[in-house]
Design a protein around this ligand. Structure first.
Ligand SMILES: *Cc1c(COP(=O)(O)O)cnc(C)c1O
Length: 435
């Protein structure tokens, strides 16, 4: 097997040196620092379709897609023109615009699970606000969170999972008071017994159970449908709101997210990523009754200077209009399956302990491929093989997110031809890594 030489990173290297003097770790979001993989982070200059170019002129097929938002790829002409059109009228007013109605109408029309929505500016903000709403609506303080699920960086949710049964939260970030963390009950995923016990031990204290119905921030921990159904039943029986954090899965596996994909109705939902067409948008939604608690209708305060920003709304409208087309998700899913099948077949035939886990257009490189992984502690923490594969892939023109715990995404503009080429490259790269 011919070894491909390392890509030139001289521009990225000098930009990163500069950046380190400005930002902690040289970045504005930690995973971007390439700490879990080799070399300095690539500074990206532009993207078009399913490709990106770095500052050194290297070109890559992009499977990171800005960590999920770009379901139509980079610089999609319809998104681009709606952004420009909106921008011509000004960037922000801090007053209502027609565009907010338009995006809300588009979402609610295709989503049977929520009746009202509120736009914010990030996934973190959506979750933080919806959590306050859950507590305000129920008058309860405790929440259930599942080990390995990421819900943004608000205080109550930065709580580390303990293994075993119910662990009283110990914060996993400095700066989160122990007293906050103690309101968060952390449970293992896919474990009905632990869930039943936790609920029994905290009668009428739990406001909500928050879960990524498709946990995709710590590997891809696909849950058994029965677990999710039981979670729904137990929540209903005990007056606990079921909170689906669909910041990744929303508009990704189906227009109305995992709720639609699995046919399970949550009480509270959050969106982010895809909803803003690449611009910063998040949202939370619920029934009219629950949403009536939100200010100014109700006592749960939540506000935002740039919430419902017209340029961001325009991008969301353009992107979600494409997603709402008949057959959009079936097409994306079948393309993704056709991309992954030959890679998994190759790994199996060669006897590599590797398998790509997939749902919809989300995939995860699992280097413990013989094992079905549903809980975060089942993941092998040795990411050495991922690290090697990541740099081989970069050298061969494929960009994956720089962490073995992160998932990859296929967009509507990854053509079958490009995916076939990428699959071949990934097979060659596996051969190089396993050689
Ligand atoms: C990305 C993500 C968040 C955080 O969203 P930000 O926009 O990064 O703040 C929250 N929950 C889930 C499930 C996510 O995937």
């Amino acid at each position: 097997m011919e070894k491909i030489s390392d890509i030139n990173r001289s521009q990225s290297t000098s930009l990163f040196e500069k950046a380190k003097t400005y930002f902690p770790g040289g970045v504005n979001s930690p995973v971007r620092a390439f700490k879990a993989v080799d070399g300095v982070p690539l500074f990206i200059k532009k993207g078009d379709g399913c490709q990106i170019w770095d500052e050194d002129g290297n070109r890559f097929i992009d499977f990171c897609c800005s960590w999920g938002p770009l379901i139509l790829g980079h610089n999609h002409p319809k998104v681009y023109s709606r952004i420009v059109e909106a921008l011509q009228n000004g960037a922000s007013f801090g007053a209502p615009t027609r565009l907010e109605n338009e995006l809300a109408e588009l979402i609610l029309k295709h989503n049977p699970f929520i009746e009202k929505i509120r736009f914010v500016s990030s996934g973190t903000e959506a979750v933080m606000s919806a959590l306050r709403l859950a507590r305000g609506y129920t008058g309860r303080n405790k929440i259930i969170k599942f080990e390995g699920c990421y819900h943004g960086h608000s205080d109550s949710l930065l709580v580390k999972a303990g293994s075993g049964l119910v662990t009283l939260g110990a914060s996993s970030s400095a700066g989160v008071p122990e007293s906050f963390a103690q309101e968060t009950l952390v449970l293992p995923l896919n474990d009905v017994e632990a869930l039943e016990r936790c609920i029994a031990e905290h009668p009428e204290q739990i406001a909500c159970a928050i879960i990524e119905p498709i946990p995709a921030n710590n590997g891809l921990l696909l849950q058994e449908l029965d677990f999710l159904k039981t979670l729904r039943e137990l929540c209903t029986k005990n007056g606990i709101l079921l909170f689906f954090d669909e910041v990744i899965s929303g508009f990704r596996v189906a227009f109305a997210g995992a709720a639609e994909f699995y046919g399970i109705k949550p009480d509270l939902v959050t969106y982010g990523k895809i909803i803003g067409g690449g611009l910063p948008v998040g949202a939370y939604g619920a029934s009219k009754e629950i949403m009536s608690c939100v200010s100014p209708d109700g006592p749960v305060y939540q506000a935002g200077t740039l919430s419902g920003n017209p340029v961001a709304m325009a991008a969301g409208i353009a992107q979600l209009s494409e997603c709402a087309q008949q057959g959009f998700y079936q097409n994306l899913e079948s393309k993704t399956k056709a991309f992954i099948a030959p890679i998994n077949a190759h790994a199996k035939q060669k006897g590599y302990n590797f398998e790509i886990v997939q749902i919809g257009s989300i995939f995860w490189l699992n280097f413990d491929g013989k094992k079905t992984i549903r809980k975060s502690d089942e993941i092998n923490p040795d990411m050495n093989m991922f690290r090697k594969l990541h740099s081989v892939l970069l050298n061969r023109g494929i960009y994956m997110g720089p962490s073995g715990y992160e998932v990859g995404f296929v967009s509507s503009v990854h053509t079958p031809e490009i995916l076939e080429r990428a699959a071949k490259t990934i097979c060659d790269s596996l051969d190089e890594v396993y050689a």
